[in-house]
Design a protein around this ligand. Structure first.
Ligand code: NAG
Ligand code: NAG
Length: 436
């Protein structure tokens, strides 16, 4: 078998050599064709092709690619090339992907895009170029893509001078509101941190820009870290903001509104302020694990109506302020392990809330203090607390008349103690809530 393979190889080599020596043009083309076919097999094998929601994806992320290779399937609708080593995009790089609707080129090393690089992409709606090395681009590059709606350009070292004039003017057209939103100038120094969207375009090609150099920068412009330059954003399969382990002390500003998952784990965020997440209304997963969190403001999670998973594990939380969880209507998973929960009256709000949201799957709610309850599930601690108060039990029995269900009696006999003080004074209100 091996001998045969060797023989075949030799034959092929000899043949190829003979062909190369010939001058005939057609012959050479054919040889090239064969080489191309080999490339096809090798590279489609290393990229992942799949169909999701009836749409065709080619996932070539993290492949150390330096170029777009020939032979990739041409009927794909989404091409994922994030985290490769592409430095330049030549004319017609993508022209055979006629069906392409999104193209993810983020986190490469792109510093040059030729004007015709995207020609042929007439169906493209999403183009991601964030986290690259681009300094200048012109509007001409965008002309082949009339349907383009989403264009990400942030975290590139934009040089805000005359060469950027046409792009900046294009981005500032009101109908292009989802394009280049978070991109900022790095040069000239006088414009550093200015958004391309809001830059005064008429100075780009004038000397005034130079004059502005000298003006001192207003203090305090960069006081909070901003999400788009510090963290990585991904669009597939879900819009994710990955801020894991970035040494953050506060929640970053400028979080893109479209984000659905946010990973803030392994930072140093010790407290959450009011309304930290109101701008990210679609958030479904928020991961704040391993931060040393000590305090969460009552309004910290305000507006997170669609949050389904909240990971607060491995922090320094003792209890939840009354009301912290009130906006989280659709929460399904709550990870609470690895926190020093203190089993005293303050913890009752959490148990009360969990009782009223039975669909929430929670983990890790264990007392660490006081000594006598250490290692107890917090629910068990709350039960003993209630058992010690026979007076409340009598009250509960009085409230539950013969016609109400056993369940209500059972609930009411526990509830007066579970209720945090502001509600405890109004038993009527709480009863209506239970029945509905
Ligand atoms: C949150 O992040 C930690 C560490 O990065 C990870 O182990 C955990 O699974 C994440 N939680 C969720 C709910 O995704
Ligand atoms: C818990 O968080 C600390 C930092 O606050 C980190 O050093 C440690 O690795 C984390 N432990 C786990 C199990 O994630």
């Amino acid at each position: 078998m091996r001998v045969l393979t060797a023989l075949l190889l030799l034959l092929l080599l000899a043949h190829g050599g003979a062909e190369a020596r010939r001058e005939g043009r057609g012959r050479r083309e054919r040889t090239r064709g064969r080489r191309k076919a080999n490339t096809v097999k090798r590279f489609t094998a290393s990229c992942k092709e799949y169909t999701e929601g009836g749409e065709k994806f080619l996932d070539c992320q993290d492949r150390r690619l330096t170029a777009v290779l020939l032979g990739w399937p041409e009927d794909i609708e989404h091409l994922l090339l994030a985290r490769n080593r592409i430095q330049a995009l030549q004319d017609n790089t993508f022209s055979h992907f006629r069906n392409l609707r999104s193209l993810d080129l983020q986190q490469n090393e792109i510093s040059l895009i030729e004007e015709g690089a995207f020609s042929g992409l007439s169906k493209l709606t999403t183009l991601l170029l964030q986290h690259n090395q681009l300094q200048v681009l012109t509007e001409a590059m965008l002309i082949p893509m009339p349907g383009l709606t989403y264009l990400r350009l942030h975290d590139n070292p934009w040089k805000c001078g005359c060469q950027l004039d046409s792009l900046v003017r294009f981005l500032q057209v009101p109908s292009n509101r989802y394009m280049g939103t978070y991109a900022k100038c790095v040069e000239p120094t006088g414009q550093r941190g200015q958004k391309l969207k809001t830059l005064d375009a008429k100075f780009l090609c004038s000397d005034r820009m130079e004059v502005q150099h000298i003006l001192p920068q207003p203090p305090g412009i960069q006081k909070q870290p901003d999400a788009t330059s510090l963290c990585h954003t991904y669009v597939f399969p879900k819009p994710l903001l990955d801020c894991k382990g970035r040494e953050l002390k506060t929640i970053p500003t400028d979080i893109p509104a479209s984000i659905v998952k946010m990973d803030l784990s392994f930072n140093s965020i010790t407290q959450l302020m009011p309304k930290e997440f109101v701008a990210v209304k679609d958030l479904k997963l928020l991961n704040l694990s391993s931060n040393g969190l000590e305090r969460i403001d009552t309004a910290a999670f305000a507006g997170l109506l669609y949050l389904r998973e909240l990971d607060l594990s491995n922090n320094s939380l003792h209890y939840f302020n009354y009301g912290v969880l009130e906006d989280l209507y659709y929460l399904r998973m709550l990870s609470l392990g690895g926190n020093p929960w203190i089993c005293d009256y303050n913890i009752h709000y959490l148990i009360y809330w969990l009782k009223h949201h039975p669909a929430v799957d929670y983990t890790g709610l264990v007392c660490s203090e006081p000594e006598e309850f250490r290692g107890w599930p917090v629910e068990n601690y709350v039960k003993t607390y209630n058992a010690e108060c026979p007076k409340d039990k009598q009250l509960g029995q009085q409230m539950g008349t013969g016609t109400t269900s056993q369940e209500l009696i059972a609930e009411t006999d526990e509830e007066p103690n579970l209720l945090p003080s502001p509600l405890r004074k109004k038993p009527d209100k709480f009863e209506i809530f239970r029945l509905s």
